[in-house]
Design a protein around this ligand. Structure first.
Ligand SMILES: Cc1cc2nc3c(=O)[nH]c(=O)nc-3n(C[C@H](O)[C@H](O)[C@H](O)COP(=O)(O)OP(=O)(O)OC[C@H]3O[C@@H](n4cnc5c(N)ncnc54)[C@H](O)[C@@H]3O)c2cc1C
Length: 538
């Protein structure tokens, strides 16, 4: 697509021509890769079956920016979590992604677990993270006075942090789109076909050359499962028509094995591992200072209690292998198990209000490590099996994939001019200044003083901005992830109708629908709230 594409597509709304690279999957991994590719003179397309970015596993996890202290030493995961978390820490500071360095305490509750702590500390050093240190029982209870009885000792991991899993892929995707990456949502890839021969000298894209033939043989599809290994580019059958590309990146998360099989791959199968979580109201936040981790087992990192950047407390996740990659329901058994575990860690937590429960599915495979490979022959990269650390590792994964794509022959010529700075995203964390707290901002634009969602202190200005932004939400859930609206303890009881009205008006582009509004319009003023009209603490 670089240069002047000369192809027609089977449907007018899909980009014509041959893309240099198509990335399947706009989760945190796919958007990070799209962002990285966007810096080069390439025509890239990012496709996702869903109507928004980050709606797969990316939106439903524990939201910890891991140091990688507990990874398997020498693994690719260890390397990329370490690299990725360092990159993301810097990126978040520039892009306004909420991150809080709360630190973590890994707590031993039995003599056997206590005996494991030195080995965990040694493993951390082998992973290149040396700041881990032992904590005595007395210090542990001094630091976390609400801890349940029976803790024996702990390890402190001072750099473990919490971050916003929603703003992160949105920031990557925004940067990618601004750089010219075409984002195609509601576009499911259903089959992949080998393209016909490409013209000589057009081996790696970047020229926008003439179309490859369309009569390539079928590699495989969801229906046939057939596979082939033609190397001359790809024709993708999608729910919205045909897309063609020279190189393909598979970042399809829970479906990455199916996509891989369409290309003749194999060697790994995704076995979804469900993790259920409980979110407690903000009144629970003073109960903990750090992320409270258990001693991990070979199967799972175990159930933790952690603060969120929105001021809540999380309890979870469970770990249950399931067959259905769409089954994100919570279960009575899972929630009961969490309550039991939570009661032992922080007994008072269970007296607090629950604002939400949810489940996310880890893209586990039969292998312990990430399944990342770049195949020069097939012009194909896969970033799969990113089980439980993909948020932290995302920028490391993107850097790694990009290097290998370059080595495999994808021409990486930087765009002229200096690289664009990261986008500055709307800040939705509790640790920084939100619009309703910013007098200067409110003076300049009264919509930032008009609170619509009382529990989460979301203003009509933020809703307006989200709807007018470069990646507007497709639905109310998308608006939640961009603003926090409806996420509070009332669960929309007071504001859902107003929010729906604003959403509908904003989506229809009704003039004045969201622009501050007249006095007495939707929402209340931040000043009124500060005067005590809301029972909800910040
Ligand atoms: C319970 C739980 C807790 C976790 N905690 C943490 C944590 O604290 N820290 C951390 O770093 N990581 C954590 N993780 C892991 C992290 O969430 C994942 O590694 C990461 O989100 C994976 O991102 P992804 O982009 O690979 O996948 P996804 O976010 O699932 O994205 C894949 C995308 O591909 C799209 N797609 C699939 N098939 C197709 C198709 N055929 N056509 C078009 N599009 C398609 C999907 O719609 C989806 O949007 C946790 C995971 C879980 C489940």
């Amino acid at each position: 697509m670089t240069g002047s594409p000369q192809m027609t597509s089977t449907r007018p709304d899909l980009p014509p021509g041959i893309a240099d690279v198509v990335i399947i999957g706009a989760g945190v991994v796919g958007t990070a890769i799209a962002r990285a590719l966007g810096r080069y003179q390439l025509g890239c397309v990012l496709v996702d079956a869903a109507g928004d970015v980050g709606t797969g596993t990316t939106k439903a996890n524990t939201a910890i920016l891991h140091t990688g202290f507990d990874a398997v030493p020498g693994s690719l995961e260890s390397r990329l979590v370490r690299r990725g978390s360092a990159l993301l820490r810097d990126y978040a500071a520039q892009a306004g992604i909420p991150v809080e360095r709360t630190g973590a305490l890994l707590i031993a509750w039995t003599p056997e677990q206590e005996a494991e702590l030195p080995a965990i500390a040694e493993k951390s050093r082998q992973n290149g993270y040396t700041a881990v240190r032992p904590v005595t029982r007395a210090e542990l209870y001094r630091r976390e006075p609400h801890l349940g009885p029976g803790a024996l000792a702990a390890l402190e991991i001072p750099d473990e942090s919490i971050l916003c899993p929603w703003t992160t892929p949105l920031a990557y995707a925004t940067e990618a789109v601004r750089a010219g990456v075409r984002l195609l949502l509601n576009t499911r890839v259903t089959g992949i076909t080998a393209a016909g021969p490409q013209p000589a000298g057009n081996g790696g894209g970047g020229t926008g050359g003439r179309p490859g033939g369309t009569g390539g043989r079928t590699r495989g599809s969801e229906a046939s499962g057939e596979a082939g290994t033609d190397a001359r580019g790809h024709v993708l059958a999608t729910s919205r028509g045909e897309l063609r590309c020279r190189w393909l990146v598979n970042a399809a998360g829970l479906e990455s094995d199916r996509i891989d099989r369409m290309l003749g791959g194999g060697g790994f199968t995704i076995r979804p591992r469900r993790g259920e979580l409980i979110v407690f109201d903000k009144l629970a936040r003073p109960l903990i200072r750090s992320i409270l981790l258990p001693v991990p087992t070979a199967q799972t990192k175990g159930v933790l209690v952690a603060p969120t950047v929105y001021g809540n407390v999380l309890l979870g996740p469970t770990a249950e292998d399931i067959d259905d990659a769409a089954d994100t329901a919570t279960t009575a058994t899972g929630l009961a198990a969490l309550r039991g575990a939570g009661r032992a860690i922080i007994p008072a937590l269970l007296d607090e209000e629950v604002t939400a429960t949810y489940a996310g599915l880890r893209a586990a495979t039969e292998h312990r490590d990430y399944q990342i490979e770049v195949d020069r022959q097939r012009r194909y990269a896969r970033a799969a099996g990113i089980r439980s650390t993909g948020l932290s590792a995302s920028l490391g994964i993107a850097e790694y994939v990009l290097e290998r794509l370059g080595a495999a022959g994808l021409p990486l010529r930087e765009r002229s001019g200096s690289p664009a700075a990261p986008p500055v995203m709307p800040y939705i964390g509790e640790a920084g200044t939100r619009p309703y707290q910013d007098a200067a901002r409110i003076a300049a634009d009264p919509a930032y003083g008009r609170i619509v969602c009382h529990c989460e202190r979301v203003t009509s200005g933020e809703i307006r901005d989200a709807l007018a932004g470069p990646l507007p939400p497709a639905d109310i859930d998308g608006l939640r992830r961009r603003t926090r609206v409806l996420n509070g303890r009332c669960q929309g009881f007071f504001c859902a109708a107003t929010v729906s009205g604003l959403f509908a008006a904003g989506r229809q582009g009704v003039p004045g629908g969201l622009a501050g509004g007249p006095p007495g319009g939707p929402g209340v003023n931040a000043g009124e709230l500060a005067g005590g009209q809301s029972g909800e603490p910040a």
